[in-house]
Write a protein that binds this ligand. Structure first.
Ligand code: UD1
Ligand code: CA
Length: 459
């Protein structure tokens, strides 16, 4: 089988982004642009992947880790000069080298596969991935001869007015015969409008050597979009968002308003889930069948069980079981574990706590560092007082306990099984099972006192 290598160009600063963050690290739907490129190219390459870094090389390497090898382009003298840096690793190897830009995050694995197949089937020495752009401004143009064969690529800044009318553009993605690529790169110069060593000049060099040079035209221009500024970054995000949402809808997920729903690519959603408008679902999230998310909910790295409803709420790094009801306006913070059929109502914050099966925390409560058993009722306004300014302490509420409204449970403390805490209590000591605990000032009624005061006011 032919050896296939890849060179990913990621050394540019991306000046047009006007950003401290390197262009290829800007996220598109939550993942750095260059990570999208790697995700799609890895499955079609069976040998080395070399990434060319320069500006912010350390940042790129720490983000990408050991997914590929790296070479450094000290000065950004152009895309051709960038590929030459990979020579140290790829020189003298037999096979096909795919060159991709780190700023084209939407090209799919299938398209790379078709490009390689076309290249290898024809036995070409160079194949360009091209597309027809509705507005080709800024892209390199594909110049063909009278027979329709690819002759060369001309950069926008070097093109004549006639050449600028060509709508077939260079997507920046190529397949090359590896050895011929590095040989041809020896012949490029920087005598052009940008004073750069262009990779695109290799096409004309190979053509002049009578090597077979072809193009594979992909029908979907959107996929080849190169991100150079933040307008294109938003366009890329919108295209990827639509692609992800459409895949979920085809899989049996109802998305009420796909334009207004943001689901990152790693998210798993089962059938008959309904996503209401304004929802953002990120990271390693799994949503089980028939759950309903939104409207206006943000879910990050959570498991959401079957038939659970999360409305107008935020949940992060947590487990939420089946048939749970969350919200509206609840905040589920990291390390919460909310078991089946529990209820977390409005203005409730849960942090690093377990809420047992069928337990209810329905209104205006803070539950932090707590273990709440099953069938517990936590009344409105209850607070687990977990922090003394230095340390955090645990609260345990055992099964079937009933906590009256506006109780303060000063941790560390245990509320025993089946016990009742009276409303308004501030509990500082453990409550035994089945006990009733009242910890509040006694009420005194002064008969007729209000009437006397009121009379006084009128006089
Ligand atoms: C490049 C192509 C153009 C094509 C377009 C597609 C050339 C000369 N031009 O233009 O034909 O239509 O992509 O999007 O190849 N890079 C380096 N080192 C450098 C210069 C660039 O690593 O010295 C990297 C950048 O980080 C980027 C990629 O190469 O990921 C493309 O560079 P960019 O400056 O964006 O090229 P374009 O002007 O878009
Ligand atoms: Ca570009």
């Amino acid at each position: 089988m032919t050896k296939r290598y890849a060179v990913v160009l990621a050394a540019g600063q991306g000046t047009r982004m006007k950003s401290k963050l390197l262009k290829v690290l800007h996220p598109v739907m939550g993942r750095p642009m260059v990570q999208h490129v790697l995700d799609q190219i890895k499955p079609v390459v069976n040998s080395e992947i070399v990434m060319v870094t320069g500006h912010g090389a350390n940042q790129v390497q720490s983000e990408i880790g050991d997914q590929c090898s790296f070479v450094i382009q000290e000065e950004q003298l152009g895309t051709g000069h960038a590929v030459i840096q990979a020579e140290a690793i790829l020189k003298n190897k037999e096979g096909t080298t795919v060159v991709v830009c780190g700023d084209t995050p939407l090209i799919r694995q299938e398209t790379y596969a078709k490009l390689i197949e076309h290249h290898e089937k024809i036995g070409a020495k160079a194949t360009i991935l091209t597309a027809h752009a509705p507005d080709p401004t800024g892209y390199g143009r594909i110049i063909r001869n009278a027979q329709g064969e690819v002759e060369r690529i001309v950069e926008h800044k070097d093109a004549t007015d006639d050449e600028k009318k060509v709508t077939e553009i260079n997507t920046g993605t190529f397949c090359f015969d590896n050895k011929l690529l590095f040989a041809a790169l020896k012949g490029i110069s920087n005598e052009n409008a940008q004073g750069e060593y262009y990779l695109t000049d290799v096409i004309e060099i190979l053509k002049k050597q009578s090597e077979t040079v072809t193009a594979y035209v992909t029908p979907d221009f959107d996929e080849t979009l190169g991100v150079n500024d933040r307008v294109m970054l938003a366009n890329a995000g919108a295209i990827l968002r639509r692609r992800i949402n459409e895949a979920h809808m085809r899989n049996g997920v109802t998305i009420i308003d796909p334009q207004n729903t943001y689901i990152e690519s790693g998210v798993i959603i089962e059938q008959d889930v309904v996503i209401q408008p304004g929802s953002i679902i990120k990271g390693n999230t799994i949503i089980k069948s028939e759950a309903e998310i939104g409207p206006n909910s943000e879910i990050i790295n959570c498991t959401i069980g079957e038939s659970t409803v999360v409305s107008h709420s935020v949940a992060k790094d947590s487990y939420i079981g089946a048939r749970v009801h969350i919200g509206p306006f609840a905040h589920i913070r990291p390390e919460a574990s909310i078991k089946d059929e529990a209820k977390i109502g409005n203005f409730v914050e849960v942090k690093k706590s377990t809420i047992g099966e069928k337990s209810k925390v329905s209104h205006l409560s803070y539950i932090g560092d707590a273990h709440v058993g099953s069938n517990v009722n936590v009344g409105c306004g209850t607070i687990t007082v977990n922090y003394d300014g230095k340390n955090k302490y645990l609260t345990t509420i055992e099964d079937d306990a009933f906590i009256g409204c506006n109780a303060n449970l000063i941790a560390p403390v245990t509320i025993g099984e089946g016990s009742i805490v009276a409303a308004g209590s501030t509990i500082t000591k453990n409550v035994p099972g089945d006990a009733l605990s009242i910890a509040r000032a006694r009420q005194t009624n002064k008969e007729g006192y209000a009437a006397r005061l009121n009379k006084h006011k009128k006089d």
